[in-house]
Design a protein around this ligand. Sequence first.
Ligand code: 3HC
Length: 658
Amino acid sequence: MDEAIRFSETVSARLEDGVLVVTLNNPPVNAISADMRAGLLDAVRQANSDQNVRALVITGAGKAFIGGADIREFGQPATEPTLPTVVEAIEGSGKQIVAAINGAALGGGLEIALACHHRVAGSAATLGLPEVKLGIVPGAGGTQRLPRLTGVVKAVELISSGRTVTARDALSLGIVDEVADDPVKGAISAARDQSAKLPRRTGALAVPAEDPKAIEDGAAKALSRARGSEAAIEAVRLVRSAGERSLADGLSDERATFLRLRDSDQAKALRHVFFAERAAAKVSGLEGVEPRKVEIVGVVGSGLMGSGIAVAALDAGYRVIVVEQTDEAAAKGLDRITGLLDRALKSGRIDEAGRSGRLERLSVGSSMEALAAADLVIEAVFDDLQVKSELFEKLGRIVRPETVLATNTSYLDPDAIAAVTSFPERVCGLHFFSPANVMRLVEVVRCARTAPDVLATGLAFARRLKKLPVVCGVCEGFIGNRIFSAYRREAEFLVEDGASPQEIDAAMENYGFAMGPFAVFDLAGLEIAWARRKRQAATRDPSERYVEIADRLCEMGRFGQKTGRGWYTYPDGKRTVDPEVTALIDACRAAKGIVPRQIAAAEIASRLLSAMAAEGNALLKEGIAERASDIDLVLINGYGFPAYRGGPMYVSQQGTHS
Ligand code: 3HC
């Protein structure tokens, strides 16, 4: 065999002192294409019959090891050689094959690594089987080989959640054998050392014995989190079966399940979501625009939102300056932030060093002047135009000339806030969702005068926070709250027409929402929407349909869960239908002469989804949202829309409402 050899367009190798180092090169993430499968199989087969090759190393070119099967090929029938064929050849090879996991090893990428006889990961590598996030189960042995290394309990958790782990965690879980600064070097040396030994085949290992109760509990927990995701349910079943039958039986069941799910509606919708997330990163007008440098983040306000934003920024490694109006409020803010960090410590999300490191990077005080050091200042104060305008005016005099100012307003006009400064081009909106340290969505608002590099800074900042930024233009409520208002309006029409709030909630929960709309209204509180309706009353078209029930509820002091009463009542915190509300609804219908009718769950879902899509289309027409898929992402990541349905715009394009 030559020193340098090409097996296919994407697979090449070099021979290093008897070790064939096979490099997969399919930018940007080395996704497994048909060409790569053919080349890799060829490399393994040729190496097995080549006397000059003592052992093999498989690695990826660039940043990734292998980012998984090529998702773009999922719409087409699988061509030979399939991934299971390649994986079987790797595991069955008579010569040692070592995976040098230089970066992300995901999905089929990890399945290839699991079939290798030894695994060396680079310290920055990430590993996982995220298939359920695409509505499928691993299709090349993941559900059968991972539990042989980690045990069933851990494999159930990892595969049903699709969570990725770091190289260090993978080492302690037994997924990899070594972590090295230079994984290729480490793998070559391991391959040499072990070339005389018999390959250790993962598939031949016994699944470690575990307490049946722990398996039962782990599976029950995973199933309760699956919430309608068929893939997660199937993943639990397949992993559990690994300990109960032969590898061959497990693999054939896994493959059949993978192929069936790959063509399912849920998988198609989740592929749409996957590509929607990548598309959202491509914002028109920002091609080639560099974000400003942000090292120090200022946050004004340390209530629920401000403290959540501060923690998210600390998590991302920023220095954070939090400013409150008084020393007393600052002390409370510090307590809130420390409380959030303590909770993260208790749950194991951060360790003691992580907690103290974050506190070292944090300062909380009542002097606005401290914000002169910040590169980006986010205000998270009370949502009132006067309050925010005064604050921005003040900030304008304190911050440096290159500092970006962001408002976290939900409903106010950020252009009006920007206008009080002498530099509206340096202002954008960063609309976080509560709790800001947990929720993934950030609406990045492009105001009328926002400069491209300022918008790019907002996006880069949100991305560094590991959030999903979606750019939107200025309108009342931006993308999410505007669609949510349309959803609320239609839900109230449905009540007036004859459906009860609990029937509507049940219909939407059955559709896949974690909570139905009325339960959400009660949780969020009814007073903000009431205030908005009062604000809009003077300009409302009198011929427009208007449901008064929510106003009556507020007049009765029923502001939702926090007051113990809203659309429901909450004795002992438990959501319960209240006859007083039922009577109020009856009276409001009667006052308008409406004869209530029974409305089926399918019609409820269909009307609510159509209302969302119609509002979404209006947002597209007005240029508030750049593309329909951005709207889907907002609803999925900020409002509990089930990801496996693809979002309201996707649903309306497919014409499938139930
Ligand atoms: N197939 C096809 N394209 C992929 C891909 C994949 N598996 N993974 C990423 N890409 C594409 C993206 O669409 C994007 O394309 P674009 O530039 O045209 O928009 C480009 O690669 C870069 O992707 P990201 O922007 O996401 O790059 P990052 O560097 O931020 O992240 C990553 C890299 C962590 C690998 C991330 O892309 C990722 O998580 N990918 C998906 C991983 C995955 O789900 N794999 C499982 C696939 S299913 C499978 O393997 C089935 C098997 O069991 C048989």
